[in-house]
Design a protein. Sequence first.
Length: 209
Amino acid sequence: MTSRTTTPARAALLAAGMLVMTACGTTVAGSGAAADPSPVPATPSQTPDYAAQAAAAVARHDKLFPEVAALCQGNASVAPPRSAAPDDLPTDPEARKYAENHAYKNEAALTPAAQCRGDAHAARIKAALGGSGGKGAPRTTRELSGLLTGMGYKVETGDVYASSTGNLSFVLSVPESGPCVTGQVSPPLSVKAHGAYMEGGCHEPRGGH
């Protein structure tokens, strides 16, 4: 025979269970426990806008060197010519092998705008060096580093160096927008702009195979 108190007791037990389930996951003051946060949908990764980044770099360059920007205003930043493909290599086996083994020395092609900036910086530096290696030309690596730094260029370790005979040379990357500017200070004075090497950087690679 079923007791009349069975049904109320079962209902009380069910209610207590519901309270326990409801309290699960809540925060108790002073306990330091936090409720599980709601899942946040992942933000889809975005492809970097390289064209916008390049344009921003050129804008920063132009603020640093307004005279160069004025000279090169209106030069198009069109894509440079493509680099040599296998079909462009010499057909002679020996010449082809030589070209392939020295491909690491190839320089990246420059857009008309980058070429203009590079040439303008080369002329600017050449003028500061005394035009034709006159009395005002630096005589030591320290003097040359100081001159280039004072002109707004960032001189890294190894960018300014002297040969065993004392001839001064330098390799720079134009701030923000490139390209490279390489120069020899000791007579005959020579300063030229060029693209970065295929292996990266403005210093001519010394490797190969």
